[in-house]
Design a protein around this ligand. Sequence first.
Ligand code: SF4
Length: 551
Amino acid sequence: MAASPEKPASVTPRRKAGRHRGEGQWAMGHHTPLNGNEQTKKDDDGLNVRTRIETIYAHRGFDSIDGADLRGRMRWWGLYTQRKPGIDGGKTAILEPEELDDEYFMLRVRIDGGRLTTEQLRVIGEISQEFARGTADLTDRQNVQFHWIRIEDVPEIWRRLEGVGLSTTEACGDTPRTILGSPVAGIAADEIVDGTPAIDEIHRRYIGNKDFSNLPRKFKTAVSGSPLLDVAHEINDVAFVGVDHPEHGPGFDLWVGGGLSTNPKLGVRLGAWVPVDEVPDAWEGVISIFRDYGYRRLRNRARLKFLVADWGAEKFRRVLEDEYLKRPLLDGPAPQQPAQQWRDHVGVHRQNDGRFYVGFAPRVGRVDGATLTKIAELAESHGSGRVRTTVEQKMIVLDVAEDRVDSLVSGLEALDLRVTPSPFRRGTMACTGIEFCKLAIVETKGRGSALIDELERRLPRFDEPITININGCPNACARIQTADIGLKGQLMLDDEGNQVEGYQVHLGGALGLDPAFGRKVRGLKVTSAELPDYVERVLGRFQAEREDGER
Ligand code: SF4
């Protein structure tokens, strides 16, 4: 049965709602007052908007869409209105939401575990070319995003996606989002454990399930059994990280409470070991705690990370075991530090079956429908029916025989998809930015791409792993806090006093090896025009002054 704000399915309210409104935790009996988002969710489950899209909005057009559906519930099906063209970043904060809304949508396709067949990739490519003006960006959560989608075309797009086993269900909204998975799960020669069965079972049981379609906010999951720690597990709400238990063998170390954006926090270990077949139950326990005890009063305090920060790992584990799983979890070891800094699987690598996988780098996640179709053709003509997306906006072709590798590499490079990219191409990511995002203040993808070209020209011999992440606003869609150089878009004044696009600089962030958030360098901002000079100076000084082994 579906949970409701009035009565969570599995929790007996501890005390009645009184005048004290608390943090809006259902399990504490705090159901009112509701903020606008909570009211929208209470009025109608976001998943129910699909019927209205199919029976009303797609026939009557954009103007027929109810406002609460347009700016709220449509996200439950991966739909956001995109930014009206021609509105500059200075107007982002001062215009009403409806003034920023274009009549076209961004549509996100969820790709759990980053797993695609070439048939699915062809369908994505076709949809892109037929309905999305050729757009198809790779995101840093292994998804694909279309732009320029008309509401009239959405039912047909769903029909085509679902015909090949893809969907947009809960790709956005206060829901369990796309489950990140190691892009080399099941094929990596060094894999500790394959998390694929757990991802599939979580998807089968819980995605599109109304028990978990009204969460306090979004809920991000990562599962990886790769020793490279290749899914940014530290910044997910719940993460299962491959470990070898000295007595029980391969399984997962359970982490909770990571997240970026405002008040970024790294996830914490619960010290618990979970075998692969118990991952779905543990996942259900964690997301149930979030649903029932998560803070709903203030939206900017609603992510699980705030509850985890207040409770601490010990209490969180106790509540999980006592109230939800009804049994203790086994203690387990922490993951090992990864042996290398690049974790994107770019390059040519031998699989556990003797064949090869080939990872390649587009520019800042920007591909298009025609290119995706060509990637599917290339993969198939080289003996592969499987491709993967990564959390670094990269892709991988699997299952290539040794004598076909060189030909595949040549074919990819001819499409400007680099198998041996420069560190700048490999390590630069950018969010959607002002081209389509209503919250954006500055441009990102074009700047990132131009920066790559400029750095390749100026620093042809630079050969260190480096990450440069570019956001179009103070949110964290491109993970700026975890980059060597994180650039947060904002408006600023140039030397002549003109308002121009620029970036607040964060330095020294990292995931994997010694995870830490970059430091905001006090007052350090660069205009977009100065960006190549600035990055060149930072990297030049790093090379000149670094100590042995310093990253
Ligand atoms: Fe939009 Fe900001 Fe996210 Fe970039 S970081 S996609 S500008 S919300």
